[in-house]
Design a protein around this ligand. Structure first.
Ligand SMILES: [Zn+2]
Length: 178
C-alpha cells in the first residue's frame, strides 16, 4: 500500500471523463488499497481515482450511514455499512427531494460551499470483488457518493455555484495549494 499524492485544481486530469473499467483485476485492487490508505491519511470521507491521477471509474467512501447532511447523527437507525468501494458506478434512480450540504474537496483545498443535490439515490456498481451491487443511499452518504461520481465525469462541486463564486473559490484553492 502507498499514500498517493492528491491532484489539486486546475490539474486537467480532474476535468477529464474517467475511463470505464473492463475488469476488476489486481491492478484495480491495488489502486483501491492505495486510495484507502490515502483517504485515511488525508482524513477524507471519499476519494475518486482521478484525484490521485488515475482517470478510471473507481471511487471509495467512508461515511456513517446515520449522519445527516448537517452532521447530526440520527439515533435508532439500523446500522448499515459506512465503507464502500465502487467501480463503474451509475445512478439508476434519484429522489425528487433535494438536500443542501456544505461540501469541500481534497482537490479544492480550503474551500467549502453549500451544494443542492437529490436527497436519495440508488447506485449500481461493481464492488471490490467485481460483484454487481445496487445500494440506496440517503443523507450524507447520498451527497458524498454524488460528489465522488462527479469526479469521474470531470466535475467539481464548485461547478454547481454561480460562475463568479466558482471562479473565486478555484482561485483561492490554487493559492492555498498543497
Ligand atoms: Zn472531491
Amino acid at each position: 500500500m502507498a499514500i498517493l499524492p492528491i491532484l489539486v485544481t486546475p490539474n486537467p486530469i480532474l476535468r477529464k471523463k474517467a475511463a470505464f473499467v473492463p475488469m476488476v483485476d489486481n491492478a484495480i485492487k491495488k489502486l483501491l488499497n492505495d486510495m484507502i490508505e490515502t483517504m485515511d491519511a488525508e482524513d477524507g470521507i471519499g476519494l475518486a481515482a482521478p484525484q490521485v491521477g488515475v482517470s478510471k471509474q473507481v471511487l471509495i467512501m467512508n461515511v456513517p450511514a446515520n449522519m445527516t447532511v448537517n452532521g447530526e447523527e440520527i439515533e435508532g437507525l439500523e446500522p448499515t455499512p459506512e465503507f464502500y468501494q465502487m467501480i463503474n458506478p451509475e445512478i439508476i434512480w434519484a429522489s425528487e427531494g433535494l438536500a443542501s450540504c456544505e461540501e469541500g474537496c481534497l482537490s479544492v483545498p480550503g474551500q467549502y460551499a453549500a451544494v443542492l443535490r437529490p436527497e436519495k439515490v440508488r447506485v449500481r456498481y461493481l464492488n471490490e470483488n467485481g460483484t454487481p451491487c445496487e445500494t440506496d443511499f440517503s443523507r450524507l452518504q447520498a451527497a458524498c457518493v454524488q460528489h465522488e461520481m462527479d469526479h469521474l465525469a470531470g466535475k467539481l462541486f464548485v461547478d454547481y455555484l454561480s460562475v463568479m463564486k466558482r471562479d473565486m473559490l478555484l482561485r483561492k484553492a490554487q493559492r492555498v495549494g498543497r
